[in-house]
Design a protein around this ligand. Structure first.
Ligand code: DX5
Ligand code: ZN
Length: 219
């Protein structure tokens, strides 16, 4: 499978959001990455349902919604209604993760589990057979434009070992500090989906940057 690219709208120009969505629609990108932050689980705030609905109304590619919020269980239906196609919850926020993942799938979305850089990948062992994807944070969640954490490669390796044993069809997404310089190495290490915010929207030519990251990732 070729590596998918999900530009993170967090780094886009919100005064030009329509144009930014149009650019992604016409580009080689595969998904829209939508970072939801609540000022509680992470020290930053971003979009509510109202904006996600508007993004959905223009998007020609699926919405990959990354929830960085406390108590996401309370809102799973609401995110489906707002337009999420893929929905990921942080391991750290779900006391009944197995049940949360089942509910997300039942609602008709792809279900993902996210893990912070400090948490061992082995924690995911028993949820891997249930999940459609795992999102490995390669920065601390909360902000765009941070430096990629190098231990991600080792973590990818460990996650791939678990994937082979427990659920070979699991997809692995990497989020944070991804750009054209590390996309190839991440793809070789087993990443299936790359999220890129500032590398796409901070570039002079965002479309060209998407093409370049995809090319470096070998897709
Ligand atoms: C961080 C978010 C990321 C972020 C990535 O909390 O989950 O999706 O937007 O941004 P860059 O690519 O700039 O690191
Ligand atoms: Zn994200």
């Amino acid at each position: 499978m070729s590596v998918l690219l999900a530009p993170s709208l967090l780094a886009s120009n919100f005064l030009q959001l329509g144009k930014e969505i149009e650019m992604v629609n016409e580009s080689q990108a595969d998904l829209f990455h939508v970072d939801v932050m609540d000022g509680h689980f992470v020290p930053n705030l971003t979009f509510g349902f109202f904006i996600i609905k508007q993004i959905k109304s223009m998007a020609k590619k699926p919405l990959d919604v990354h929830l960085m919020i406390s108590n996401p269980d309370q809102y799973l239906e609401a995110y489906k209604e707002a337009g999420a196609d893929w929905l990921s919850v942080h391991y750290e926020t779900c006391p009944h993760l197995h049940s949360s993942i089942q509910r997300i799938k039942k609602l008709g979305m792809k279900a993902g589990v996210v893990i912070n850089p400090h948490n061992p990948v082995s924690l995911l062992r028993d949820i891997i057979p249930e999940a459609d994807y795992v999102l490995l944070m390669s920065v601390n969640p909360g902000f765009g434009g941070q430096k990629f954490i190098e231990s991600t490669y080792r973590r990818l390796h460990e996650l791939n070992e678990l994937k082979e044993k427990m659920n070979p069809s699991l997809l692995i997404e990497v989020d944070g500090g991804v750009d054209a310089t590390n996309a190839g190495k991440l793809a070789s290490a087993g990443a299936n989906i790359l999220v890129a915010g500032s590398a796409v929207f901070g570039a002079k030519d965002s479309t060209a940057s998407i093409t370049e990251i995809k090319k470096q990732a070998g897709s």
